[in-house]
Design a binder for this molecule. Structure first.
Ligand SMILES: CC(C)(COP(=O)(O)OP(=O)(O)OC[C@H]1O[C@@H](n2cnc3c(N)ncnc32)[C@H](O)[C@@H]1OP(=O)(O)O)[C@@H](O)C(=O)NCCC(=O)NCCS
Length: 195
């Protein structure tokens, strides 16, 4: 990630005194952990190949990690997904750069760490990175039924666009619509308040 994205991290780290936050690129060593978390987060998860293809294609493939503090962190987090170096995986995203836009393909927060602002932080860091790549838009598709993710995107400034009918596989032979959402990075300044 770039210097602007690192600045987003530093401002958040002050609210988590003593813990160090970092973005770590996905690679062959850490992808199995990502793929394990993915299975717990989606009805139709990506597999290891989806992630490794994304890395090989040069997409932005980043994990948000934190050095735990046993004196402060809830004991229930002791079993949270952990990298070989002892840092906790908080979440991850995959995004693909286009001509003047970035397409967010996957964003996930580890279940134990949800509702702590990590997805918002990842989106702000991605927006900072995207601006420096010259992108004017960040856009994505989201399942129509995924009210949690839609609330997240709206909270940060994404606007709803069109629908892609029957875009996602669903239970049995059913399909589910995707809602297209976009965030005008030029209009949104630095992505609103993180608090
Ligand atoms: C969607 C997801 C990434 C959100 O991650 P998160 O780290 O918990 O989100 P944040 O803590 O940054 O939440 C930011 C805002 O999103 C909204 N939000 C997040 N979780 C919510 C929930 N359970 N209910 C309602 N609003 C919610 C709120 O506006 C929240 O702000 P607030 O906490 O100040 O009210 C996470 O729930 C997840 O990984 N879900 C499964 C995978 C998924 O659906 N990914 C998106 C695919 S398009």
């Amino acid at each position: 990630m770039n210097a602007e994205a690192e600045a987003v991290l530093r401002s958040e780290a002050s609210a988590w005194a003593g813990r160090e936050l970092a973005f770590v690129p996905m690679n062959a060593e850490n992808l199995p952990l990502v793929a394990e978390v993915e299975k717990t987060a989606y009805s139709h998860p990506w597999n290891l190949r989806h992630f490794s293809d994304s890395v090989d294609s040069g997409y932005a493939t980043q994990m948000l990690v934190m050095t735990p503090d046993p004196m402060q962190d809830p004991p229930t987090w002791a079993h949270a997904p952990t990298l070989p170096d002892g840092r906790w995986l908080l979440g991850y995203f995959v995004a693909m750069k286009g001509v003047d836009e970035v397409h967010l393909l996957n964003i996930t927060t580890v279940p134990q760490h949800r509702r702590q602002g990590w997805a918002k932080l990842m989106l702000q860091a991605l927006a900072a990175w995207s601006r420096l790549q010259g992108a004017h838009w960040l856009w994505l598709e989201v399942r129509a039924s995924n009210v949690v993710a839609r609330a997240l995107y709206e909270s940060i400034g994404f606007q709803q666009g069109g629908l892609r009918r029957a875009y996602y596989p669903d239970a049995g032979q059913q399909r589910e619509d995707a809602v297209v959402m976009s965030w005008n990075l030029a209009l949104q300044g630095h992505g609103g308040s993180h608090e």
